[in-house]
Ligand binder design. Structure first.
Ligand SMILES: Cc1ncc(COP(=O)(O)O)c(C=O)c1O
Length: 404
């Protein structure tokens, strides 16, 4: 095994999901809070566009490696509509989901030893993707006392002469944290002042709840980094995709927006690695990004209801502190108050061990904070049905009430 690939760890979130599914298949009534995917089907009009594409031989062929020109135009129009960010087709590369977008963008700009500042708790893929590209992830931890938001002072303390990129994500996976427009601006100005690149992951852009939406954009203006801080444009990479907004996780369509030379280099890489994203999935993505946001607005109502319920129920448990997530569809409670206590003859010392006890004893799958660079926490996705959510958290409540 090469050192480079041998060092990659399994995606903890996918591993938890696989374990939960395997137990379910074996007849155990497991409820999974592991997967980060909406429980809704992809909207009909998008599915119809794919069905039509399947019947048309034009869509049975390769497309340009970087994506269908019609899709790139539609992404440019959507980006202007939703973010006020004006880009051209040459600034866009269509990828196999946001994951490939992130990997290829890092591969295109990082040299060995380049440091990337990564706010933690971080989505588990970022550090792996940075390391695969030869870079060095530098986590900067924010905890529940600041709503899991990092400050410019913390970022500055982590900056060295090797820092090349700062990663930014709002709303965040795993915490649901949303930055205000002022915070976005402060971070963007700091990055620009020090000549840093910024990778901003906007995959949850349409899943912001309550007051956070107003704080992210008080007058409806954009809080997208390259719009708030235009001088960043030549060093800004935007990651996005259809997975979360249109309940299209399995279709595998994402994109990177960036300076033309970076997009050209990343396209060259993709042309040798995977070539184009499935032509039919690209046809579906055209329908998705060209359509309105009605479907995501409907999903948002359900997620918001579940968000309030899960936070209330988790905070009823002694030893758990769960700040209210403001975006995406994850709750990220601290469970530090439960570690070291006895639960059904076991004494979990870490959040990994606690997650194991919860899976074995309550038949509920959650992801331990270790996967996100912060032991002592659990991540629960609330993108599952209301009944399962209540049943699952009730089981956790009952189990943890026994902790002594
Ligand atoms: C923060 C974040 N970015 C990007 C992605 C990538 O999504 P996909 O590869 O399914 O498009 C995810 C998926 O979980 C995510 O949570």
């Amino acid at each position: 095994m090469s050192a480079r690939v041998g060092a990659i760890s399994e995606s903890a979130t996918l591993a938890v999901d696989a374990k939960a599914k395997a137990l379910k298949a074996a007849g155990r009534p497991v409820i999974g809070f592991g997967a980060g995917e909406p429980d809704f089907p992809t909207p009909d009009y998008i599915v119809e566009a794919a069905v039509e594409a399947c019947r048309n031989p034009k869509f049975h062929r390769y497309t340009p490696a970087g994506g269908l020109p019609e899709l790139k135009s539609a992404i440019a129009a959507k980006t202007l509509r939703d973010s006020g960010y004006e880009v051209e087709a040459a600034n866009i590369l269509v990828t196999n989901g946001g994951k490939q977008a992130i990997y290829e963008a890092f591969a295109a700009i990082l040299d060995p030893g380049d440091e990337v500042i990564v706010p933690a708790p971080y989505w588990t893929t970022y550090p792996e993707s940075i390391q695969l590209a030869g870079g060095v992830p530098v986590p900067v931890v924010a905890d529940e006392t600041t709503g899991y938001r990092v400050s410019v002072e913390q970022l500055e303390a982590a900056r060295t002469e090797n820092t090349k990129v700062v990663l930014f994500v709002s709303p965040s996976n795993p915490t649901g944290a949303v930055y205000s427009r002022e915070q976005v601006e402060a971070i963007g100005r700091w990055a620009a002042e020090h000549g840093l690149w910024v990778m901003t992951d906007e995959i949850y852009e349409h899943l912001v709840y309550g007051d956070a939406a107003a704080r992210a954009s008080a007058d409806g203006s954009s809080s997208s980094l390259p719009v708030v801080v235009p001088e960043l444009r030549e060093k800004c990479i935007v990651v996005n995709g259809v997975a979360k907004t249109y309940a299209m996780t399995g279709w595998r369509v994402g994109w990177v927006i960036g300076p033309k030379d970076v997009i050209k280099a990343a396209t060259n890489l993709q042309s040798h690695a995977t070539s184009n994203v499935s032509n039919v999935a690209q046809a579906a993505a055209i329908a998705a990004v060209s359509g309105d946001l009605k479907a995501v607005d409907e999903m948002k109502v359900a997620f918001d209801r579940r968000r309030k319920k899960i936070v209330q129920m988790l905070n009823e448990i002694d030893g758990i502190v769960c700040p209210e997530p403001e975006g995406a569809f994850y709750a990220y409670p601290s469970v530090k108050g439960l570690l070291g206590k006895e639960i059904r003859g076991k004494r979990p010392q870490t959040s990994v061990e606690l997650a194991e006890v919860i899976l074995e004893e309550a038949e509920v799958a959650v992801v331990p904070g270790e996967a996100f660079g912060t032991p002592g926490y659990l991540r629960l996705s609330y993108a599952l049905g209301d009944e399962d959510l209540v049943e699952g958290v009730s089981r956790i409540q009952k189990l943890l009430a026994e902790a002594k």
